[in-house]
Design a protein around this ligand. Sequence first.
Ligand SMILES: NC(=O)c1ccc[n+]([C@@H]2O[C@H](COP(=O)([O-])OP(=O)(O)OC[C@H]3O[C@@H](n4cnc5c(N)ncnc54)[C@H](O)[C@@H]3O)[C@@H](O)[C@H]2O)c1
Length: 246
Amino acid sequence: MRGLINRNAVVTGAASGIGAAIAKRFCEEGVNVLALDRNKVAWADDYENADSLQLDLTKDSAPDSVLENIDSFLKGSCDILVNAAGVSAMAPFEQTDSEVWDTTLAINFEAVTTLTRKLLPFLKKSDQARIIMIGSICSEFAPSGMSAYVVSKHAVLGLTRALASEFGTDGITVNCIQPGAIVTGITAAAFEGDISFREHWESKAAIGRLGLPDDVAPLAAFLVSEEGRFISGHGIYVDGGAMQQG
Ligand SMILES: NC(=O)c1ccc[n+]([C@@H]2O[C@H](COP(=O)([O-])OP(=O)(O)OC[C@H]3O[C@@H](n4cnc5c(N)ncnc54)[C@H](O)[C@@H]3O)[C@@H](O)[C@H]2O)c1
């Protein structure tokens, strides 16, 4: 990908799954990556151009800790923000108590908003600024029994569109990657433990299989590259064609 060497990126949810695949791909493209997660980012030691910070992004202190590490590891500059940290919440609406609701919204949406707002001054100074949200097919689709997750992911797509409009003249592109069924930390147990769930998602994908984090990472690398400069304000499915099938 063109225009990525020595760019500086912050990637959340980077210990596992989609965030880890994107962050590693960025490192391989020559991007310096500050990898954030509440869990230890074990792979970061394998790359000279990666550093990691273990923190809960829903805590009030998180954004300032990120800023300190941008100053120290990224030398005070940030061109790329990828908001990948997230949790799943599968429960009928009537059994989704306010704690589950608030926890889901706190990481999937509120923390995204807070960190993005905090990093905007850095992004505005970049000549190739990119924000990538990780939404979901559930940003535009509402399977039964996932109301908190669905609401959080619809909000992420709405935020993508609003920020793309507001910060386009600052040279910032904002896009939302919408994965389908991908085998990661939040889904692996469900796919392994429930054969009919797995078969449903395998056959729903036109390509006939579940996705892997490395199926998602190339789109992120393209969007943040120089070549992605005129793509903004969109949700882009990476779902193996699942959303085209009833
Ligand atoms: N796996 C799928 O099928 C799928 C589909 C659509 C969208 N997504 C989205 O992709 C994103 C990445 O999820 P994944 O599937 O790779 O799951 P994952 O569990 O492998 O990765 C999520 C990461 O987010 C981190 N995280 C969660 N809460 C955090 C917090 N409060 N502070 C800091 N880090 C936190 C976790 O520790 C984990 O490393 C999520 O936003 C998820 O909603 C996943």
